[in-house]
Ligand binder design. Structure first.
Ligand code: SF4
Length: 297
């Protein structure tokens, strides 16, 4: 029997991956807009549980080709622990070709280039990183725990090590009146970083967050639907990438598109812009909806 404990999430592209829990909660757990792991202490899983799960899967001759390490922030684990997990997987489940997990800019920076090289050799690939925005003041306000320059450095180290990655962005995170600025700053950083995949969402304010309190007090002005649509189109048009999948299908987005950049760039931007004609003016001017906190069993 596999060991799973606490809330666990996986990105949409990992539905066929072996989900192997290596930690619980998020090591950072301070982002102003996030309620995913509120009240959950970051705890590495006991190594004996991980080893037992890997051996269990290995004995059962499964067809998994990829493992996704579960937990809010598995890349926060020390290099030696990640190396041990990678070796265990290679030894007991040789069919696994790559190992992914959520990662953050600070915990990439906490690994040396040599350590990242070693992890790449063990199969670590397609790490999923919440970049959110390229604007320094928004990163600071939202308590992401890094600057845009630190993000540049971390992503450049991943590229150097040959570890592909996904970047997540939040349209509307800079608030009302800053859509174009946010789109251009995010595109500039993404262009430099050259991710394999970009996943976008629209700002959705969970009620159990600090951001929700800022909205209530008037400290943060929610963007309108129109601003979010314009931000997505401006972001797409500002991308200069050579081989990146764009995934804009999240339920929060008013217009859902996906494709390949640069091939589909102008088509996708036009599709997003066309939505401005489809929504009634009143709806376009309304602020983005808020939503109830995620409930857990
Ligand atoms: S957004 Fe990511 S890093 Fe920030 S608190 Fe939530 S899970 Fe942790």
């Amino acid at each position: 029997m596999m060991h799973y404990i606490g809330p666990a999430y996986r990105p949409p592209f990992e539905e066929k991956s072996l989900l192997l829990q290596v930690s619980t909660g998020c090591n950072h757990n301070k982002c102003a807009f996030c309620s995913m792991y509120k009240g959950v202490k970051f705890t590495p899983s006991p190594m004996e549980d991980i080893e037992s799960d890997v051996r269990f899967i290995g004995r059962n001759r499964t067809l998994f080709k990829r493992a996704f390490l579960v937990g809010g922030d598995p890349f926060a684990l020390p290099y030696k622990r990640l190396k041990r997990i990678g070796k265990l997987i290679g030894e007991h489940i040789p069919r696994i070709e790559s190992i992914g997990c959520y990662a953050s800019i600070p915990n990439v920076l906490a690994k040396t280039p040599e350590q990242l090289n070693e992890l790449a050799q063990l199969g670590y690939a397609n790490l999923n990183i919440g970049l959110e925005t390229g604007l320094d003041d928004v990163l600071a306000t939202m308590r992401k725990g890094y600057t845009a320059d630190e993000a540049r450095e971390a992503l450049s180290r991943l590229n150097e090590a040959g570890i592909p990655f996904t970047l997540n962005l939040v349209h509307g995170l800079a608030g009302s009146g800053r859509s174009l600025e946010n789109a251009l700053a995010s595109a500039e950083l993404v262009n430099e970083a050259r991710p394999a995949l970009v996943i976008v969402t629209a700002l959705h304010v969970d009620e159990a967050t600090e951001l929700s309190e800022w909205v209530d007090s008037g400290q943060f002005k929610l963007p309108s639907l129109q601003e979010v649509i314009e931000e997505e189109a401006a972001f797409l048009r500002a991308t200069e990438l050579s081989d990146t999948i764009f995934f804009g299908m999240h339920e929060t987005l008013p217009v859902r598109v996906n494709g390949h950049l640069p091939k589909d760039r102008d088509f996708l931007a036009s599709e997003v812009e066309a939505a401005l004609q489809r929504f009634p003016g009143q709806q376009l001017a309304a602020p983005m909806r808020r939503r109830k906190p995620i409930t857990r069993a």
